[in-house]
Design a protein around this ligand. Structure first.
Ligand code: FMN
Length: 322
């Protein structure tokens, strides 16, 4: 069974080095961290850096958040007008974030707050689609099940977004109220699949930790593909597992040495992109995910917190390798 699987957008994590790693391990596509449409329009340098896509990556969608249709449209023109000058870094799609549950985001009317305002969300999608069409780039939307248990509206909402021009809907099967626990509900993904025309792709998201979870989600929902979030942070090899399944090959979980090597290579890439000082601080949390569960990793994690150079970081991590 071939499964199309992407790396979920994760603020603070889905940056170029991590996306490159996931692509190299078999991710079919990735999505950038969420990017503020308003900050793009203000020419915010940090935001523009977040929107960069490397020419060495596989397909990567650019994710935007915003609650004003004109601002979202302007941001798309700024970003695509720029990136389309260089064919190699064209995003695979633009995705509008209508799922982020974080208080700071929803209190401005962004992210999952839009699920409470379907008309406004539809207007944003229409403006965004008009803008992406100029560059012949698809428009996607990422949503949740709804705002809370009393307002689960994903099927109706998704159909409206499709009507306004969204070409792929990714559904995280939790309401905003649930944030990230307890478990995601595949039934709502199935209901979205049924509610939108067959020509619109529906991707399922939530709690995929293994190839078996992805197969179960596809069997239960008939979705067109899956998006893996938190599980990929410590186990980006999940994409290799999914590829092996699709090719009918045996899959072997990576050895301790392979996990340590991957943590070191990711750190190297983060440091190259961000400088040693900031890069090492960023890499601590990332490397910790990779070595979780390895004997001695708690000690090593503490030591990494005090490492200040790449060489020191590498030699501490190597202590775990056999
Ligand atoms: C640290 C973190 C950051 C996230 N940032 C984003 C984001 O920028 N945009 C977005 O649409 N979703 C974001 N999400 C949600 C994920 O994309 C995904 O929908 C969610 O984690 C559920 O999938 P999972 O169970 O596979 O982790 C984030 C999640 C986490 C844990």
């Amino acid at each position: 069974m071939k499964i199309t699987a992407g790396l979920a957008p994760m603020a603070g994590f889905s940056n170029i080095p991590f996306r490159l790693l996931c692509h190299s391990l078999g991710a079919d596509y990735a999505v950038t961290e969420m990017i503020s449409a308003a900050a793009v329009c203000f020419n915010n340098e940090k935001t523009l850096t977040l929107s960069e896509i490397s020419s060495r990556e596989g397909p990567c969608a650019l994710q935007l958040f915003g609650h004003d249709a004109e601002t979202v449209s302007n941001a798309i023109h700024i970003l695509l007008g720029r990136t389309c000058e260089e064919e190699s870094v064209r995003p695979a799609a633009v995705e509008i974030n209508m799922g982020c549950p974080v208080k700071k985001i929803v209190s401005s009317g962004d992210g999952s707050a839009l699920m409470k305002s379907p008309e406004l969300a539809g207007r944003i999608v229409k403006f965004a689609r008009d803008a992406t069409s100029v560059y012949k780039i698809p428009l996607w939307v990422k949503i949740r099940a709804g705002w809370d248990k009393n307002s689960i509206n994903a099927p109706y909402f998704a159909a409206l977004m499709a009507d306004q021009g969204a070409e792929r809907i990714t559904v995280h099967g939790r309401t905003r109220e649930l944030m990230y626990a307890p478990s995601s509900d595949n039934a709502v993904i199935q209901a979205v699949r049924k509610a939108v025309p067959d020509s619109i792709e529906v991707f399922g998201n939530g709690d995929i930790c293994s190839a078996a979870d992805a197969v179960k989600m596809i069997d239960q929902t008939e979705c067109d593909g899956v998006l893996v979030g938190r599980a990929a942070l410590g186990d980006p090899w999940i994409f290799s597992e999914l590829k092996a399944l699709g090719d009918g090959r045996e899959y072997a979980y990576p050895s301790v040495d392979e996990r340590v090597d991957a943590a070191i290579e990711l750190t190297r890439a983060i440091v190259e992109r961000n400088g040693e000082n900031y890069g090492i601080r960023m890499a601590r949390g990332r490397a910790a995910h990779f070595i979780k569960g390895i004997r001695g990793s708690a000690n090593v994690r503490d030591m990494l917190n005090h490492a200040s150079s790449f060489d020191e970081f590498e030699s501490i991590l190597r202590r775990l390798a056999r």
